[in-house]
Design a protein. Structure first.
Length: 182
C-alpha cells in the first residue's frame, strides 16, 4: 500500500487521539466548584446537614438512645463540625490551587507534588479528628448499645454485598481490572 493512501487514516487517528486527550484532561480537572450553584451548594451539597441529622437519628433509633445521650451525641458532632471548619476550608482551597496548577500550560511538578502533600496532611488531620469524634460518641453509648450498632452494621454490610455485588467500593466484592476477584 502506498504511503499517501495511509496519510488520511493517520491524520484522522491523530485528530481523534488529540480530541480524546483534551476531553479526558478537561474531565480530570472538573471540580464541584466549577459546576452551577444549584448542583454545588456547599462541600457535600445543599442537603448534607439534613443527612447528618438523619444519620444521627437513625443511629440513636438503632441503639435506643436516651434523650440525654441523643443531646450529648448531637453536641459532639456539632462541636466537631465547628472544630474542623478551618481544615475543611483549607482543603477546599488546596484543591482549588491544585486544579489551577493542573490547568496551566506548563506544569510545575514541584508545586503540584507539594500541594498533594499538603492535601494529604490536611486529610489525615481531618480523619484523625473524625476518629476522635467517633470514639467520643461511642463512649457515650453503653456496651449493649455499641453491640447493637455493630450487629446492625454487620447485617447491613451483608445487604450491601448482596445488592451491590457488581459495584466495587459500594459494598460488593472487590474486583480488579477486567472484573476478576482480587
Amino acid at each position: 500500500m502506498p504511503i499517501w493512501s495511509t496519510l488520511p487514516i493517520a491524520a484522522t487517528l491523530a485528530g481523534t487521539l488529540l480530541t480524546a486527550g483534551a476531553v479526558s484532561a478537561d474531565a480530570f480537572t472538573t471540580h464541584a466548584a466549577d459546576r452551577p450553584v444549584a448542583m454545588h451548594d456547599g462541600a457535600h451539597g445543599p442537603r448534607h446537614g439534613k443527612r447528618a441529622k438523619k444519620r444521627l437519628a437513625r443511629m440513636c433509633k438503632i441503639a435506643e438512645c436516651t434523650d440525654a445521650q441523643r443531646a450529648k451525641l448531637r453536641s459532639i458532632f456539632e462541636k466537631g463540625k465547628e472544630d474542623t471548619k478551618a481544615e475543611r476550608q483549607r482543603l477546599r482551597n488546596l484543591h482549588e490551587k491544585m486544579r489551577a496548577e493542573l490547568q496551566k500550560n506548563t506544569l510545575d511538578r514541584r508545586a503540584i507534588l507539594s500541594l498533594h502533600d499538603e492535601i494529604a496532611k490536611t486529610k489525615a488531620a481531618l480523619g484523625r479528628k473524625r476518629l476522635e469524634r467517633k470514639l467520643d460518641a461511642l463512649a457515650v453509648l453503653t456496651p449493649k448499645q455499641r453491640k447493637r450498632l455493630a450487629e446492625h452494621r454487620k447485617a447491613h454490610r451483608k445487604h450491601d454485598e448482596h445488592h451491590h455485588a457488581d459495584k466495587p467500593g459500594k459494598g460488593g466484592k472487590a474486583r480488579g481490572k477486567h472484573g476478576k476477584r482480587r
